[in-house]
Design a binder for this molecule. Structure first.
Ligand code: IFM
Length: 431
């Protein structure tokens, strides 16, 4: 089995969370988010659940951070709607919370890896068109400045946006995330404006002299033999963001469907969008098997396979992590440092969860093999530290290394957390 010693001594291991999924959004003067609006629509979110209480990390953050003993880093996000409840006015209590949080992360010897946007846009900005409105770039830039002014002196790394594919495509074309649209024009605008907002934030961060700047993209392996439909899926899923970010243009297979719907003059934004990154975050969970569909572009559908599945119903395919890293290294990023910013499985069993440990170590083995072939990976974050609000699936799907009882808020470390910590310490009794 792979060992901690197989990775470089300065390779970082951590766990990840996001604000709305764990904090408890009803505390501390936070404003409504687009997820609160979405969850209020019947049938959009399982049981109409929201992040109102979640894990109440807002009050439990000290004990939650204690759970990370033995790790090197912690990936978290700040909530836009907590810090700017109406999208414009600053809520000092929100900033105070992140101030305390960062100090508490540092006090435990962990490197704070900040993500500025993990999907909790203020509902007031959603009402102005959200990601479809070009002004979002300026709104996001202002929020970036507000956050950095308060905690920028203490974070080790900053990601602008988590999973632009979900923010735009999943939310505006597939309709599964807030705001739940199924409209190709809305989707094309959102795709472009998410990139523009990233570019604006990068410019503001550079102007402040902030170091270690990146973005987090999600990728899915694609089973071979899916033909042109699989190639279209691959372009939308895996290349629609990394190509503009590193090459300053959309892939031809994406333009085939999106060109008529992109905002006029989009080409002029590409210089700002493709400004150099310091690192790229890679989120990887699964592989898709894709076939042709009879519907409109992109005319592809998923095929069920007999592969082992997670609680989400996602195929378990560790080899896809190495495939993804090798593809990125060869086609897009070369020597740019990479971080696995998310990887993990939802699983109902707790606290005995051997399948989760297997998933983790099988993926670490693939990660190591991609590094041996040239991928410049510098860290790995497990998703997630805690069971939490899994968006449209509510609280049923459990990704945590730590079980959370959502009625009592009791935290119970699962066996996978103990196994991971023992492995990190390379000593059988370290956890
Ligand atoms: O829970 C999400 C997270 O917010 C973003 N990446 C995927 C995870 C699992 O679906």
């Amino acid at each position: 089995m792979i060992a901690r010693a197989d990775f470089p001594a300065d390779f970082l291991f951590g766990a990840a969370t996001s604000a709305y999924q764990i904090e408890g959004h009803s505390f501390g003067g936070a404003g409504a988010t687009i997820w609160d609006t979405f969850a209020a629509e019947p049938g959009k979110v399982a049981n109409g659940e929201t992040g109102a209480l979640a894990c109440d990390h807002y009050h439990h953050y000290e004990e939650d951070l204690d759970l990370l003993k033995g790790f090197d880093a912690y990936r978290f996000s700040t909530s836009w709607a907590r810090v700017m409840p109406d999208g414009r006015t600053v809520n000092q209590a929100g900033l105070d919370f992140y101030d305390r949080l960062v100090d508490a992360i540092l006090a435990r010897g962990l490197k704070p890896f900040l993500t500025l946007y993990h999907w909790d846009m203020p509902a007031a900005l959603g009402a102005l068109g959200g990601w479809e409105n070009r002004d979002v770039a300026g709104w996001f830039g202002d929020y970036t400045d507000v956050i950095m002014e308060r905690i920028g002196d203490r974070v080790a790394s900053v990601a602008t946006i988590n999973e632009p594919w979900c923010v735009s495509w999943l939310a505006h074309f597939l309709g599964h995330h807030a705001p739940g649209k199924t409209d190709i024009s809305a989707a094309a605008r959102a795709v472009h404006h998410v990139l523009l907002a990233h570019g604006e934030a990068m410019q503001r961060l550079r102007a402040r002299g902030q170091a270690n700047l990146g973005i987090v993209l999600n990728f899915e392996a694609v089973a071979p033999q899916g033909g042109p439909a699989a190639a279209r899926f691959d372009a939308i899923m895996n290349r629609m963001f990394i190509e503009p970010l590193t090459k300053g243009g959309y892939p031809a297979l994406v333009l085939e469907g999106l060109a008529p719907h992109l905002p006029e003059g989009w080409q002029h934004d590409m210089a700002q969008i493709s400004a150099p990154l310091d690192w790229l975050g890679v989120n990887y969970y699964t592989r898709q098997t894709v076939a042709k569909d009879s519907g409109p572009w992109p005319a592809c559908r998923f095929v069920q396979t007999d592969a082992a599945k997670t609680q989400m119903g996602w195929d378990i395919y560790p080899g896809g992590l190495a495939e993804t890293l090798t593809m990125l290294t060869q086609d897009y990023v070369g020597d740019l440092p990479l971080f696995i910013t998310e990887n993990g499985m939802a699983l109902a069993q707790s606290p005995q969860d051997p399948a989760r440990s297997r998933y983790l170590f099988d993926h670490l083995a693939e990660l190591k093999s991609a590094m041996a072939k040239g991928a410049k990976v510098q860290g790995y974050f497990y998703w997630s530290l805690l069971d939490n609000y899994e968006w449209a699936f509510g609280y049923e799907k459990r990704f945590g290394l730590v079980h959370v009882d959502f009625s009592t808020l009791e935290r119970t470390p699962k066996d996978s957390l103990k196994t991971f910590k023992r492995w990190l310490a390379a000593s059988p009794d370290a956890a």
